[in-house]
Design a protein around this ligand. Sequence first.
Ligand code: SOE
Length: 372
Amino acid sequence: MTPTPDDATATTPDDPPIRAAFIGAGMMGRAHTHAARAAGARLVSVVASRPERAAAAAAELGVESGSADVAGALAADPDVVHVLSPNSLHVPQAREVIAAGRHVICEKPLATSADDARSLLRAAEAAGVSHAVPFVYRYHPMIREARARIAAGGEDVLSIDARYLQDWLIEKDDDNWRATGDGGPSRAFADIGSHLFDAIEFVSGRRVAAVNAVTSRVYATRAGREISNEDIAAVLFRLEGGAPGVALVSQVAAGHKNGLELEVHTTSEAYRFEQERPGTLRIGRRGSTEILEQDPAALAPDAARLAHVPAGHPTGYQDAFNAFVRDAYAAIRGERPEGLPTFADGVRAAQVTDAVLASAASGGWVETPSEN
Ligand code: SOE
């Protein structure tokens, strides 16, 4: 199906649809194109590794054209380019997009080091383009509800218990570019620990000041190739102000598919969010524990704006993705949506990842930078 221009509905009668291009296809290509279409965009180009693959991806994803390089995508005159390629290509490709004066959405990890991530942030700021990173778990209404209650409660955060467990790389012959190719020096932590620690800081409102990490690589080789990055990261951390936390990040935890779980303990309440059961928030209290349902009528405004259906209809992964892209496009139009993750958050994730790797290498505590 190749859409015609009238398939993309502008969000208001006089707004022309945002023209979106995508560098990369696959699972992220499906998520991003679906979200862009839901946000009313016109999907003008998709880049894949070879011309024939690009044409197939365009047909599969409902994009007007396919090309084999970034220049081809830019020739389609997009307003925004979604960079979905392997991690090591993010910096050169995002730079090319920014140099062309286009807005940019770049998958996490933004870059494989904090210095490279910061160079992209500076370039986007200098070019005056909008920039965003899909830390999409921020877009679950119950994540926003926990954040709003902690902020409004004004209580101390006493501790944090967090985990992000998957098992898609548990077999020795489970292979993926993240492990065997250009994934970068960190894999499990950069790939999903970045989501978890973004959520830790976003929900608690506190910065992770220092980490003490142990990493583990289960297989020295996969598919006959040497493996240099980690399958597991166990992280002890300290928030600014001194509160302790623990986090386990693993892509080899049998039976866990996408198990992001976060529990923030404050002076009188504990808020627990589980991504695989996103329609509720557990609020623990000494006297009574409550399971709060995702009912838009009962949520804080910033949570309710993301819940478009009644209680009992949980927000799914694609819904959260759609809300993220809707906010990213609102930012392109000059709005300032609450909690939009930008390249500054991509730099922050890279800083924490660098600190985790440094701590795992040294065996001791490593402070994280207090600014980008
Ligand atoms: C694989 O670990 C992956 O697709 C991540 O790359 C995504 O960011 C995460 O949301 C789901 O798992």
